[in-house]
Design a protein around this ligand. Sequence first.
Ligand SMILES: [Zn+2]
Length: 109
Amino acid sequence: MFCRECGKEISNEAVICVRCGVPTDVNQTDAVTRMLLPVGRSAYAIAAGYLGLVSVLLVPAPFAIIFGVLAIRDIKKNKNKHGIPRSIFGITLGALFTVFYSYLFLFSS
Ligand SMILES: [Zn+2]
């Protein structure tokens, strides 16, 4: 979208304009709603996010990484899709718990 004040092109999820600081039409509530009810977000990013969240159960952890990588590739190919932060979140949590549980597994026996 474009800033209604200065016309600079800014991220659709931006809450204020990066150039002039004027609040965009997107308010905080909308941003939160979009986080919970993803609109236009890559399905892979959603999968990565949730798998990352449940990666405490170990099994989904490697899948969170795989889906996170798929999501970023998908988003880069489709400019109308977004969800990179969520993908990175999934990859990070997935990687963290994979390492953590591998460590526990190796040293517990
Ligand atoms: Zn502006």
